[in-house]
Design a protein. Structure first.
Length: 224
């Protein structure tokens, strides 16, 4: 598990280069399609937070690794009939963009535990048809509606950029999410999380204020 240690070192170096406070950028290891053994290996190297996209696949790994205090993050597309299992098995959801899903997650979480589910709203910065998430213009209203849902704790914003951008374009995209978070906080929100940056664009994300990088292939190797 040399790759993950080297990646963490690189994150510390980038924090320094972009004048970010040390340890202000955390790593979410995206473990979709990775085996339980690979996750355990990363865990033993000191990695505690893992992100999964597909509920059925995740539930198998969560059950297999339940002896370990791993923090599981759901980062995939949400379906209404999966909200209960998501609320019961994950600590975080990054991919929330629908009020009905939010209410269902909150209700299921409350029924299970007093510890709220941490959520980020997924914003579609590049406005690609294929990308999920809400548009920036819809963000304010949805954030206001979700803020007070019992069982949820609104922590911040999440985005995925297009894959073909250059460094300056990546920075511009991430900057929009940063500014959107600032604007919400200026209205009295208390958002502390910017979930942005993947294997190919995490440097730009760190430059623009990411607090949580979602990285898969640079941790585990390319998915087959
Ligand atoms: C797969 C995935 C990632 C990680 O992508 P890599 O390119 O492997 O780093 C991050 N976020 C989401 C939502 C993903 O689906």
């Amino acid at each position: 598990m040399i790759a993950i240690l080297r990646l963490k070192q690189k994150i510390r170096q980038l924090e320094a280069s972009y004048h970010r406070p040390i340890n202000s950028v955390a790593l979410l290891a995206v473990s979709k399609s990775q085996s339980t053994e690979s996750i355990l290996e990363a865990y033993k190297s000191g990695q505690n937070a893992f992100g999964e996209n597909y509920l059925q696949e995740a539930l198998v790994k969560i059950a297999a690794l339940k002896a370990y205090p791993i923090e599981w993050h759901f980062i995939g597309a949400i379906q209404s009939n999966k909200t209960k299992a998501i609320a019961e098995n994950f600590s975080w959801v990054h991919s929330l963009s629908d009020l009905t899903h939010a209410k269902r997650l909150g209700r299921a979480r409350l029924a299970q535990t007093t510890e709220p589910l941490n959520v980020c709203l997924q914003v579609n910065i590049s406005q690609e048809e294929s990308k999920s998430g809400i548009n920036l213009i819809e963000l304010n209203d949805l954030a206001k509606e979700i803020k007070d849902i019992a069982g949820l704790r609104l922590r911040g914003l999440m985005t995925l950029l297009q894959a073909n951008l250059d460094f300056e374009e990546q920075k511009q995209g991430f900057r929009q999410l940063f500014l959107a978070q600032q604007a919400l906080n200026a209205q009295g929100f208390n958002l502390d999380t910017l979930s942005m940056g993947m294997s190919h664009d995490y440097s730009a994300a760190i430059a623009e204020g990411a607090t949580l990088l979602r990285i898969g292939s640079a941790v585990f190797g390319e998915r087959i």
